[in-house]
Design a protein around this ligand. Structure first.
Ligand code: NAD
Length: 340
């Protein structure tokens, strides 16, 4: 039977990356029945909202979605559709694995870090207001026992299921004594239930420095929302940039797969952006659907194309103006061909 999947093309570079990914996933022979729904600025006029109910209802009905990035206006305008989807559907765990790949020039060739980011609270709870307009504003950072317990438990369960050795809780409990003090306390309590997995903690500023200098010492990072958002971009940088790092958002029964990167509006419609992060998000989706053989095939093909270094996008070339760089769709073609 075909897997019925909600497909959200997104905007900016989203639609072309989703198209490339769809072709690669279909190239595995796995059958998909795509339920295509639109969100973002482009649907505002028609529905009066960037996130129509039809999008949320489709994800609820199908249980699984593949999503392209969606632009959020900076400073003003509507709130993030991406954050709203995660909150509305209680997709509390954001998984962002960053792993080195042969063929990408980086400082450390052996990075294998999984950022587990709390996705519904922290500073992204979105509770903020002007105290005195134009003079002072305030954001409220929410950390709860419930939210912390489930994200740290998710990190340990992921570690156990994927033969990982260490979970590191990332926090700023020295300064944010109430919020991150609670996060760290609950993380330590949850760790007691997993004696087979090592546990330690790091203050987020020190964590950032250590990830740059000695990323090999880290494995699974359990982070409050904002720290996870920032550190996952840092980890992307360690393995070749935002173009290559996939992501997944998990709730109790629902899952939405999307790259870590955003909509890169400056490259929209140019067939220029790297499809790898979206294709590898599709690999995470295949694994979630129980399609392990297909997932292994796609991942192997992506790695082979990148290792060969010929038919890759500009960001994976030693120089960004390398005239031999190929476009989004040709890189996807190369991956389909490498699947054999
Ligand atoms: P961005 O991730 O879009 O781009 C940051 C940098 O990475 C840019 O230089 C861009 O060109 C490069 N880049 C990103 N994806 C790439 C790819 N696939 N291939 C090659 N290079 C790539 O981040 P930004 O510029 O901070 O944000 C742009 C918009 O995206 C904003 O509106 C932001 O809110 C939104 N955004 C959406 C999501 C999401 O949908 N989940 C995530 C992050 C940002």
């Amino acid at each position: 039977m075909a897997h019925r999947i909600t497909l959200i093309p997104g905007d900016g570079i989203g639609p072309e990356l989703i198209e490339a990914t769809r072709r690669v996933l279909e190239g595995t022979g796995v059958a998909f029945d795509w339920d295509i729904v639109d969100a973002g600025a482009g649907v505002m006029d028609k529905y009066g909202t960037p996130l129509p109910d039809a999008v949320l209802n489709s994800i609820r009905a199908n249980g699984v979605a593949l999503k392209g990035p969606i632009t959020t206006p900076v400073g003003t305008g509507f709130r993030s559709v991406n954050v709203a989807i995660r909150k509305e559907l209680d997709l509390y765990a954001n998984l962002r694995p960053a792993r080195s790949m042969e063929g990408i020039p980086v400082c450390h060739p052996d990075v294998d870090i999984v950022v587990v980011r709390e996705n519904t609270e922290g500073l992204y709870a979105g509770i903020e207001h002007d105290v005195i307009p134009d003079q002072a504003a305030e954001s409220i950072r929410i950390i709860t026992r419930h939210g912390t317990e489930r994200i740290v438990r998710f990190a340990f369960e992921y570690a156990r299921a994927n033969n990982r050795r260490l979970v590191t809780a990332v926090h700023k409990a020295n300064i944010l004594k109430a919020t991150d003090g609670l996060f760290l306390k609950v993380a330590r309590e949850v760790a007691q239930d997993y004696p087979d997995i090592e546990f330690n903690d790091r203050i987020v500023d020190n964590m950032s420095m250590q990830l740059v200098q000695r990323p090999q010492e880290y494995d699974v990072l359990a982070c409050p929302n904002l720290f996870g958002d920032i550190l996952s971009d840092l980890c992307s940088g360690l393995v070749g940039g935002l173009g290559v790092v996939p992501g997944a958002n998990f709730g109790r029964d629902l899952a939405v797969f999307e790259p870590v990167h955003g909509s890169a509006p400056k490259y929209a419609g140019q067939d220029k952006a790297n499809p790898t992060a979206t294709i590898l998000s599709g690999v995470l989706m295949l694994r979630h659907l129980g399609e392990k053989a297909a997932a292994d095939r796609v991942e192997g093909a992506v790695r082979a194309v990148i290792a060969a270094g010929a038919r890759v996008t500009y960001d994976l070339k030693p120089r960004r103006d390398d005239p031999s760089a190929v476009g989004t769709q040709e890189m996807a073609d190369a991956i389909v061909e490498a699947m054999g």
